[in-house]
Design a protein around this ligand. Structure first.
Ligand SMILES: Cc1cc2nc3c(=O)[nH]c(=O)nc-3n(C[C@H](O)[C@H](O)[C@H](O)COP(=O)(O)OP(=O)(O)OC[C@H]3O[C@@H](n4cnc5c(N)ncnc54)[C@H](O)[C@@H]3O)c2cc1C
Length: 466
């Protein structure tokens, strides 16, 4: 029976350890800190449920829901609250409803475009021109910003695409790779000559299994799922399913040396030898561990940039907030020059998050357009977030509770050329039969992407070492 080390107990590492132990391997999961779940952490405070990292995931990517079922947690799955799935966007200092009938960056009909209050007449005309805008043939990867500017115009980029995408990828659209993140838009341009035309045709036919909801508003919260008792339920269940003694907390792996027959790990208490290892870390941390054993692979891994993000959760009395809270949150375009990226009315977004009379508001800061914000001390993050909420949703008085969590270097940035960078990493990593690498740098940044990536990494490793 092979002894496999998994390094990092975030969702990627927990999934890898779970899969390995189910496959019969002897597993040791090394976690550098005290906490398992990585950026996932659920807190319970004053009867409220707070998420200091991710709060949900895309239910249309099967790996997440499948794992939940496998762990016997299906009854815990919930979607966003019915009837309040609309959200807001800040427009010239005022919160406006996100336009209906848009699919991320594009209207799905001219009617939807005409009705939106967040574009000028000129901006709307420029967007409508997308229907006849000549397609670009060939060429390499392109940034999302370049694509949106080219097809829909500058206003659409600043007022719609940038804030929508920042909420998903915490990325700067000027650097974000279209090929790695939204290849479907490239296909729409190539196949239909127009994204709007392609969406209209898909909405009519429900083509290619991709049902487009004509009433979808913005980042389609109806698609998102979570667990009643929070994201920590998932990581807790994975941890509980591991064999006794498998998890070693407060045990950072300091370096790693791989040969054809074994892997040795440098631990604070001395070296340990195992048959194989899975690195389930942010790519820059995996690079640090590999620099001695394979500088080329370490160099390729460190090419994937990361940005920090911060989340501040507040508990207020409902009466402290003058906004009607008749939606699930808002995205804030960078052009509005605010210091927050988005906020959610968490206690509206999901059932059961706060007792009657209390409200949980969650503020998202930092990301690729303002990475320095995530480096602020917790007290400053809280102060900045609160000041913004006072102006945006009319918060009065002091919160009953506030907690800020900074996640520095946690979010992989899929910049232009990302797919080539990942292909190079995989080519170099393939020289190590006893190593597997997973995490949010490779197959998508979302929770289901990390779960799928970890499961595939384990499958491939086991085919080599068993
Ligand atoms: C604020 C925020 C909000 C997000 N929101 C969402 C969302 O709503 N939906 C969604 O799908 N995705 C979301 N994401 C993305 C998603 O949560 C992450 O991509 C995913 O959780 C990453 O998991 P991971 O296990 O790969 O890495 P991590 O969670 O970073 O875990 C890595 C683990 O490795 C440990 N470690 C590091 N170095 C060592 C070492 N040398 N030795 C041992 N252990 C080590 C760390 O302590 C950590 O526990 C969000 C991310 C952030 C930061």
């Amino acid at each position: 029976m092979a002894h496999v080390a998994v390094i990092g107990a975030g969702i990627s590492g927990l999934t890898a350890a779970y899969r390995l132990s189910k496959a019969g391997a002897r597993v040791t999961l090394f976690e550098g800190g005290d906490h398992t779940g990585g950026v996932i952490r659920t807190l319970h405070e004053q009867g409220c449920l707070l998420e200091t990292g991710p709060d949900c995931w895309a239910g249309n990517k099967p790996a997440g829901v499948e794992l939940v079922r496998e762990l016997g947690l299906e009854a815990e799955l919930i979607g966003t609250r019915q009837g309040v799935r609309r959200s807001f966007i800040l427009h010239k200092g005022t919160l406006k409803r996100l336009p209906e009938g848009f699919f991320l960056i594009s209207p799905m009909s001219l009617g939807a475009l005409l009705k939106t209050p967040i574009l000028s007449a000129r901006g709307k005309l420029r967007m409508a021109y997308e229907l006849v805008c000549p397609r670009k043939w060939g060429g390499g990867d392109e940034s999302l910003a370049s694509f949106v500017r080219r097809r829909f115009g500058v206003e659409a980029l600043q007022r719609i695409a940038q804030p929508m995408i920042a909420g998903i990828y915490t990325a700067d659209p000027e650097k974000l790779s279209l090929k790695a993140t939204f290849p479907q838009f490239i296909a729409m341009e190539q196949e239909h000559g127009s994204v709007i035309a392609a969406l209209r045709s898909k909405a009519r036919s429900g083509a290619a299994g991709e049902k487009i909801d004509a009433k979808a508003a913005g980042p389609r919260y109806g698609m998102f799922v979570t667990l009643k008792q929070g994201m920590g339920t998932l990581t807790g269940a994975l941890e509980a399913a591991l064999p006794p003694g498998c998890l070693q907390r407060n045990t950072p792996v300091l370096a790693l040396h791989a040969t054809e027959s074994a892997v040795s790990l440098a631990l604070p208490d001395g070296p340990v030898q195992v048959d194989a290892a899975v690195l389930a870390l942010p790519a820059h941390k995996a690079a640090g561990l590999l620099s001695g054993t394979d500088p080329a692979l370490a160099g390729a891994l460190s090419q994937v940039e990361y940005a920090g993000a911060a989340v501040v959760n507040f508990i207020f009395e409902r009466t402290q907030i003058s906004h009607a809270m008749d939606g699930i949150g808002a995205v804030i375009p960078a052009v509005e020059n605010r210091r927050i990226v988005a906020f959610s009315f968490s206690s509206v977004k999901f059932e059961g998050r706060a007792p009657e009379g209390l409200a949980v508001v969650r503020v998202f800061m930092g990301g690729g357009t303002a990475p320095e914000v995530a480096k602020l001390p917790a007290a400053e993050l809280t102060a900045v977030a609160l000041a913004e909420l006072r102006e945006l949703i009319g918060v009065k008085g002091e919160p009953k509770f506030a907690v800020a969590a900074a996640h520095t270097g946690a979010m992989a940035q899929y910049h232009v050329g990302h797919l080539e960078r990942v292909a190079r990493i995989r080519e170099l990593a393939a020289r190590h039969a006893r190593l597997a690498i997973c995490g949010n740098a490779f197959d998508g940044v979302g929770i289901p992407d990390c779960i799928r990536g970890a499961s595939e990494a384990v499958q491939s490793l086991l085919s080599r070492v068993q």
